[in-house]
Write a protein that binds this ligand. Sequence first.
Ligand code: ATP
Ligand code: MG
Length: 697
Amino acid sequence: MVSDSLDPLHGLDPEQLRAVTAPAGPVCILAGAGTGKTRAIIHRIAHRVRSGDVAGRHVLAVTFTARAAGEMRDRLRRLGIRGVSARTFHVAALRQLRYFAPRLFGGRPLPELLDSKARLVGAAASAVRLKADPAEVRDLAAEIEWAKSCLTDPDEYPAAAAKAQREAPYEYDVVAAVYTQYEKLKRSAGLMDFEDLLRAAIWAIEEHPDVAAQVRSQYRHFVVDEYQDVNPLQQRLLDAWLADRDDLTVVGDASQTIYSFAGASADYLVSFPRRYPDCVLVRLTRDYRSTPQIVALANTVIRQARGSHARLRLTLVGQRPPGPEPQLRSYPDEVAEAAAVAEQCRELIAGGTPAREIAVLFRTNAQSETYEQALAEAGVPYVVRGGERFFERDEVRRAMVAIRAAARTEEPRDDLAQAVSEALTATGWQPGAPPSGGAARERWEALAALARLAEEWAADAEQPLSLADFHAELLRRAANQHPPEVEGVTLASLHAAKGLEWDAVFIVGLVDGSVPISHARTPEQLEEERRLLYVGITRARTVLWLTWGAARTPGGWSRRPSRFLPYQAQPELAAAAGRMPRRRRQAAVVTCRICGAVVQDGVERKLERCRDCPSDMDEELFERLRTWRLRVAQARKTPAYTVFTDATLVALAERRPTSTAELVAIRGIGPHKVALYGDAVLALIEGADPDDLPVPS
Ligand code: ATP
Ligand code: MG
């Protein structure tokens, strides 16, 4: 009899159980955030290994971040399962290439891996006589990454970019020339980028039958988490691993697609049941992660989604007991915002929430610094995700040297934790004595994480472990990019937070221009920004704060809060943001559905919002309404505004009425207009093409 905590069939709902116990073959879980997708795949692996159906060493589980891969391994270990490979696509490809390098490259070393494209792209731009500024270099690098992730070579780029309506910083031909040059420079410097790594792994399998045979006999059962964010290059590698087999479990949520700017496509996830008609298809809607209050906010944000993914959104049903209302808070500027967030972190920690259960999430990494400073000043430890790699930190390297040295002279003893603590003390670290805040605290926490790892590892082990064993484990973790958990508030970008969860989450800097980011312009790009906020919100278990600073610096220009925030629920916030118009003396007639203030002028009444409250208009619908209005006006030989005014079109595109009753509820649309245009307008709102609609005479 296995104990409950080790039983992979324990703690699952009936749908999860169906996925976990499905026989060998394709399985697809389509489900929203926090519904237990990752849990289901981990338990499926554990169940299959435990029941003898598969051997752990034949399983390859792929996920998108090193941290997620690490968590998968930890969770499998807690279920008593070892030997499963849980990796990112990149680490899986890298290990495969390293292993086969002697055969593939005839003894030549693998080209060195390029961490960031920026420098080489800058050089390539200069080589084709472009004077690209840093933002343009970043955008060029993004285009090259997109092209390579979509298996598009430089000569194919212009056509592919046109088809995908890419917003490139230069003409497509110019981007293609930079791309060509970048490839040349990279090759002659003996470097490879992350996409090359995947391409090389694909080439190794597709062009070398012996490599293919060996890889495929090693890996027989595949699992992909966050499958909504797979790109064509990764899919091709997955296909190469699979060959004609179909023992593949994929899980994902189209509403969490946040990498389509880089070539990812939820289509692979959505079309899975079509590609594998025999697959076991499971849908989950119970949200086990967040309080009903947080779930309600997440549902509100994603309900506004438009476009092709919007059809696939799921309404989550919160399962946890109620908790505090999510907080939407505005501050006069970013400095005040960061100070308030840091103070709140300090209070949470003082109240018993461990620092590692708190995260501060932002849109761009440049926002991190303000929070590092504020947390340091508040004496709160923090860890920057995606910052300096743990095993590359100076103090960690020195500690590993000290552990190795101690291992050489080690007397046999059975207290690993004590031995590691002594080795660390020899480097100047003192247990139980963290310095307050800042870089010194970061260094101290990194070493404390090593000490804790030794404790956990020793507690788990079946036989006494030596320092040499521990050192070998650290090397293994360094190779797999699997750092131990460092105690501290996580500072991370919204992208890096995918798949993770914390008790308390602060999403900061929520102004228009950050979320959505200013360079998101097309409807698709804006939708991806909305999904990014959705991903952020759904990371929180209990405490959630959404904050913004009106000005960047004290006394600076005032900015608008993110248009995605549903702050109609909290009118006092809009007031706090300084946008609430003064109430007039007359009786309230119409109130702004965004900030709750009374609106009086005709346009505002029609929109049911203040003019300067952010619009949540469906731009794409607005354009279709305009096209249609122009055709009607031309056919009827009347000015366009007599069909509908611009303000009415905005009101339609914002409120998207779905019935005649809702149509007439919009001021300025009376029975006469409804009789003339009602059907056409409702059809347009449902998605009709203006060209397909009859034009009234
Ligand atoms: P995301 O879309 O964010 O990746 P997910 O669907 O992968 O989320 P998990 O991370 O697997 O969700 O689960 C969310 C949380 O809910 C975890 O803390 C998990 O342990 C818990 N959980 C999942 N299923 C159950 C269940 N049946 N009973 C209790 N808790 C559960
Ligand atoms: Mg998950």
